[in-house]
Design a protein around this ligand. Structure first.
Ligand code: ADP
Length: 632
């Protein structure tokens, strides 16, 4: 029904992508994988973006911090710049340089240097001659004093003897104490008489760094860490030291034979500005490395800051991005599903409406068919009713004809019945006149009583005939069987008299049947009349009437001892106008009409030949209900 409609709507629908059948089962898995991949990518992008942003912010803070540390370091170092130059001016030192072997001058110079060292807060202050030998030192009293040592191999001596200011970080050869050496030529710059050296400890700076969350490194011109917030990193190399440099350093004892291991710092990623980088120490977490050159030196300050906060923020962002993406994707999927459901629902509704209208059209068609069929049927019914009315009329006519035929049969007898009292009336009334003339009133009275009796008898005969011949029933629904038999016998009285059979009656007087009494009489007149015909002329005619009750049906058998039913009569018994009687005596309607009347009242009529001879007719009618009114 919806076939053509479906194909039409299919054509209108936009072509949709359909997975091959084999893949359709795996579709949810593929969708999940795609979702996971998209969420993963979104998470990774969120992580990367947030991480880079956080790193950039951290780098800005790091730059500020670096600048501050660099300035602090610079000012700390500059603080002692004046000390070596100060010695040039001092007379004790000049006197010592003039006569280096004089113990008194050495002692004075030592005293002076010791006092200066204490006042300036430096580690050691000492004076070398032009060959690099220590002439006087602030630590002259200590057993490990430099006094008399040859330090000409030290680069700071080299710089100063060349007429320049020397700056140098090194590890002490006697006590392996690291420090910052500042040197200046003494006397003539072109041909210095000696060199003044001051050694500064940088530990206070280091101590200041140690409190910080991040790691701070100060690497010298060789890339060797000379200051570090983590002491274990000290004297480690930030970059690879070439073998020739290592030789030179060994010769100058700058780091006093320290092994200078290389710090295993690996660059993970160089960041946007090129100077910052993400580095990793061994397998540790990545750190942000930022460098700043220390002005006035070849040194480089490095800040290594922890990126864990940036990573935590990035992880949060990644999670947020992932969740948001998953949410948006699921929302989109839900919206898509909803859109599809709505689409399907609309299509289903359209199909339903189409089916509905198709159904309505069919129903309308069927209704039209049915109403025309109904009209035809009604016309047929009306026709049947008309035909039935005509039939009933014909049947009534037939019944009437049957009755009249019976009356006709009875007419001879009735005429005889009426003639007899009429003749008697004439004779008696003539005699009565004579008795009245004689004044014999007693006889007159007796004759008049006889006349009244005769007239009543004649009235009864004509009354019975009139009632029998009346058209149609008298409308009653039940009849007492014995009374109906009496009336029938009364009507047939003359014929009974003529045949004079042995009339055997075995009828329960209380039995009432559901049938109009007039119609029942008509049936009984027919049956008894036929029996009288059958026994007419027999030597010992017998007619027996017998009733019995089976369930709620009454059976009345009318049996005679006549010749019985011939074979032909048996097969055509209820055929209209079948008769074996001479013309004028039988119409052949009696049994047909009787069977019709009994059938109409829910009963039946059947015939058999009795084994002892004679015909036996059985009339069956339903028992009447209790509220029977007697017909008499
Ligand atoms: P009719 O009496 O006018 O012939 P019925 O219909 O009453 O019409 O009877 C039809 C025929 O059935 C009779 O002509 C007769 O041959 C046969 N018939 C009816 N009753 C008997 C009977 N009691 N004995 C023998 N034949 C009978």
């Amino acid at each position: 029904m919806t076939g053509p409609l479906d194909s039409a709507s299919d054509q209108n629908r936009p072509p949709s992508f359909r997975l091959p059948h084999a893949l359709r089962g795996a579709a949810p898995l593929l969708a999940l994988l795609a979702l996971a991949a998209i969420v993963g990518v979104a998470g990774w992008l969120g992580y990367r973006l947030s991480y880079d942003t956080a790193l950039a912010r951290q780098a800005e803070r790091g730059q500020v911090q670096l600048r501050l540390y660099a300035q602090a370091l610079e000012s700390e170092l500059a603080h002692y710049d004046y000390v070596p130059s100060l010695l040039t001016l001092d007379q004790n030192i000049s006197a010592l340089l003039a006569r280096p072997g004089d113990p008194a001058r050495v002692a004075k110079a030592n005293e002076y240097l010791s006092a200066l060292n204490t006042r300036a807060g430096t580690r050691v202050v000492y004076v070398l001659d032009a060959h690099g030998k220590v002439l006087a030192t602030s630590n002259w009293q200590r057993p490990d004093s430099y006094l008399g040592e040859d330090l000409s191999f030290r680069p700071y001596f080299q710089s100063a003897i060349d007429g320049q200011l020397g700056r140098f970080y090194g590890v002490g050869t006697t006590r392996s104490e690291s420090g910052y050496y500042l040197s200046a030529p003494l006397g003539n710059r072109d041909k210095p008489a000696g060199v003044a050296v001051v050694k500064i400890g940088l530990e206070p700076l280091e101590n200041r760094w140690q409190g910080a969350d991040s790691q701070m490194l100060l690497a010298d011109e060789n890339g060797v860490v000379i200051l570090a917030s983590d002491p274990s990193w000290k004297l480690a190399a930030l970059r690879t030291i070439a073998p020739e440099t290592r030789d030179r350093l060994a010769r100058s004892l700058q780091y006093n034979r320290a092994p200078l291991p290389q710090l295993p710092l690996a660059t993970v990623r160089v960041l946007g500005n090129g100077s910052d980088a993400l580095v990793r120490l061994r397998q540790g977490p990545p750190m942000l490395a930022q460098n700043a050159a220390l002005p006035g030196t070849d040194w480089q300050l490095t800040l290594l800051s922890n990126t864990s906060q940036a990573r935590v923020a990035a992880l949060n962002s990644a999670a947020l991005a992932g969740v948001l993406t998953a949410f948006v994707l699921l929302l989109a999927a839900a919206w898509n599903v909803r859109r599809r459901i709505v689409g399907e629902r609309l299509a289903a509704r359209a199909a339903l409406e189409a089916a509905n209208s198709e159904l309505e059209r069919k129903v309308a068609e069927r209704t039209a068919d049915l109403s025309s069929a109904n009209q035809r049927l009604q016309a047929e019914v009306a026709e049947r009713i008309r035909t039935e009315a005509v039939l009933r009329q014909a049947q009534d006519g037939l019944l009437q004809a049957g009755k009249l035929a019976a009356v006709g049969q009875m007419s001879t007898g009735i005429a005889h019945e009426l003639n007899q009292p009429l003749a008697a009336l004439r004779t008696i009334s003539g005699n009565t006149c004579k008795f009245m003339d004689r004044g014999d009133y007693a006889t007159v009275r007796a004759n008049l009583d006889t006349i009244i009796g005769l007239v009543e008898r004649m009235g009864r005969i004509t009354g019975a005939l009139k009632s029998f011949a009346r058209k149609g029933g008298n409308g009653k629904r039940s009849a007492v069987l014995a009374e109906a038999v009496d009336n029938a016998l009364f009507l047939l009285d003359t014929r009974v008299e003529a045949a004079h059979p042995d009339l055997q009656r075995d009828i329960d007087p209380s039995l009432a049947v559901a049938c109009d009494p007039n119609r029942l009489e008509q049936v009984l007149v027919n049956l008894i009349g036929n029996a009288l015909d059958a026994v007419a002329g027999r030597a010992a005619p017998v007619i027996s009437l017998h009733t019995s009750v089976t369930g709620d049906m009454v059976h009345l058998t009318v049996r005679d001892n006549g010749q019985g039913l011939s074979e032909e009569a048996f097969s055509r018994l209820f055929e209209p106008f079948f008769t074996t009687k001479p013309a004028g005596e039988g119409l052949g309607l009696g049994l047909t009409l009787s069977a019709g009347i009994l059938n109409e009242n829910g009963g039946s009529l059947s015939a058999t030949n009795h084994p002892d001879g004679g015909a036996c007719f059985t009339l069956v009618l339903p028992l009447a209900r209790q509220d029977v009114t007697h017909a008499g």
